[in-house]
Write a protein that binds this ligand. Structure first.
Ligand code: ZN
Length: 137
């Protein structure tokens, strides 16, 4: 099992654009940017829509997705993060192509597969709640 302690998660500096994404997990919500005029989801967080330049608001998504792609890391890049661990590219169910990079947890690396249904969980790290994904129940 790939388990981390709280201090192992690296979080970017929080600002007005990315804060909701990184802290929504405090209430169990995965918050993703949404452009109301284009009716499309936007990730990573941006201050304005790159299509219409309209405002991006944060909206709750289901937290359901599938593994679009993944890699298993066997090299110990950080002394506190023991390999192997899985870095996934997860496509959220809300929109084709709406993908985010996240750790895949609570499963053995050999059991991860492209197309596997996953569900978001959060790991607290300072003021942030880092989205990670585990196999869907
Ligand atoms: Zn737009």
């Amino acid at each position: 099992m790939n388990k981390y302690t709280v201090s192992m998660r690296t979080v970017p500096k929080l600002d007005d654009v990315n804060r909701s994404f990184w802290t929504g997990g405090a209430s169990g919500d995965l918050l993703i940017g949404y452009c109301a005029s284009c009716e499309c989801w936007v990730h990573p967080p941006e201050p304005t829509c790159e299509t219409c330049e309209g405002p991006i608001e944060s909206r709750r998504v289901s937290g359901d997705g599938t593994v679009f792609s993944f890699t298993v890391n066997h090299h110990q890049y950080h002394p506190a993060v023991p390999p192997p661990y899985v870095i996934g590219l997860v496509e959220l169910v809300e929109q084709p192509g709406l993908r985010l990079v996240a750790s895949l947890v609570d499963c053995e690396p050999d059991d991860v597969a492209v197309g596997m249904p996953v569900k978001v969980h959060f790991e607290e790290s300072g003021e942030a709640f880092v989205p990670v994904f585990a196999p869907a129940p």
